[in-house]
Design a protein around this ligand. Sequence first.
Ligand code: URA
Length: 230
Amino acid sequence: MRLDRFLSNLPRFNRQQVRLLLAERRIHVDGLPVADSHHDVREFSRVECDGQTLQAGKPARYFMLHKPPGCVSATLDAQHPTVLDLLDEPDKGDLHIAGRLDFNTTGLLLITNDGQWSRRLTQPRTKLPKVYYVETEQEIGPDYAATFSAGLYFAFEDLTTQPADLQVLSPKSARLSIIEGRYHQVKRMFGHFDNKVTRLHRERMGPLVLDEQLAPGQYRPLTDAEIQQI
Ligand code: URA
């Protein structure tokens, strides 16, 4: 919400007072004086007037989990363990998953309570590559790379996938980099060639790489530097 709107919504200030407070630089957001009425105030922002707290701001939380196979990328599931069951954290109901993985897919999963941050990470228009290690049932043919790079038509969504980069590592394994994260996207891309994906592991989302120190099922908070990269 815009800072001037946030302030005028408080019972104690009218619009004229808000204009004055901003002009006199008496409002601080996250410790810094702000005069710009358009400044974005978020649930995480600490807002003060003359040193008095108007909003404490709740902590933004970001975690990297090494997802093991056999758990659901959901916050609740009646039948199976969920990735949130692996987190020993308070207020788990506030958290959501930034880019789900299928039940048996392993690897990098990012979990946060910051919706703007997770949208930047997952929106196709920010063009952050998601990199997967893939193993397949059949050999990966010489025509796969060109087909993936040209994009595949997905009838259900009525769209053509953005150019994807395939690096073949061995006859039945590859590293695939995709921009969007459509439902079962990697499996459907290989499915185009009737080739079943037998192992799928996400190594990276944009600049964020799965920490090798994390065993499957383990997690850690992101560092400030990692958070700022998105
Ligand atoms: N593509 C898939 O098919 N499955 C995943 O879990 C992730 C990407």
